[in-house]
Ligand binder design. Sequence first.
Ligand code: SF4
Length: 346
Amino acid sequence: MYNLELERAVAFIEESKLEDGAKVALQLPDGLVAHSGTIIAELSSHFPQLRFIVIANTVYGACCIDDAAAVALNASVLIHFGHSELVPSSMLLLPVLYVRVTIAVDVPAIVQAISAFFPSDKPLALLSTAQYLSALADIHAALPWTTVPRTPGLSAGEMLGCTVPPIPDGNVLVVCDGRFHLEAIGIAYPDATLYRFDPFNHKIYREEFESGGLAPRVEMVERLRGRPLGKVGLLHGTLGRQGSLPLQRKLVNLIHRKGGEAVVVAMSLTDVDRVQGIAQGLDLIVLLSCPRLAIDWGSQFESVGVPVLTNMEFAALVDEGAWAEFSGKGYPLKNYSKKCNFGSAW
Ligand code: SF4
């Protein structure tokens, strides 16, 4: 079912012209690590003179690309499976190939289901995760009355758990498995009429989310607005490239300009206990790691003792334009939009 696109990996390694004995690092999301043996066997059959190593640290998303670990392991190149490019290759420490790992879906069946279910005179936006983007393009080509929204910097129709493109009024259909990405639309567009196409059973589901679930986070930011920043802990996620160095530098400067003090703390896996462990003496903690940690586990972070904000919430705290957007309908999720001033877009 998965297309590991190993022909692309083979072509990339050939083009890299590696010396005998050179190391090729492979990185896979947790759900795909079980395929690493198959991948190594296939690549070794093409390149018996090379060595293949798997970086099996946790990978949640494309943000977890671990070029630093690959360099530490003395690898010459890195092949990252399961996601599209998020951190530009010019920012990475070694040559990298991103392999999306597409999942085959029955496009004619989806087209037929959409045609039967949705009226063509009402806007229908199509979205998906990286695995289904080529299918999404084929669906749109067959049904040109649909729209494929785009986040600047990502592919057409692509969404992440922290980044949702602007969605026009009307119906939204997401081709995906699992709930994590769907929830992102529920967070960003609580009024959207949301449907999910299950690529495995070919059924369309109406999806609904509890509205108002993020109101406590907006209220928390509102309470903090206008107060001195004090000592701000910038928790830089070191799980791959979750933490953005350009954003970290920008926030350190901004905090100093606003009379606060910035303390940078590096952390790989971010959980409540670890964050609590570094909270003493801080007035505020800003996560420069996956924003869904604070959004999804917000109530658990209350035990930390100081407010724990996402980068986007911190923007709403210090920037009037961001606050206007944040305090409106929905919670703007555009962490990796190139147009998000305080986002993690590299
Ligand atoms: S930061 Fe975004 S891309 Fe990375 S794991 Fe979180 S939701 Fe996914």
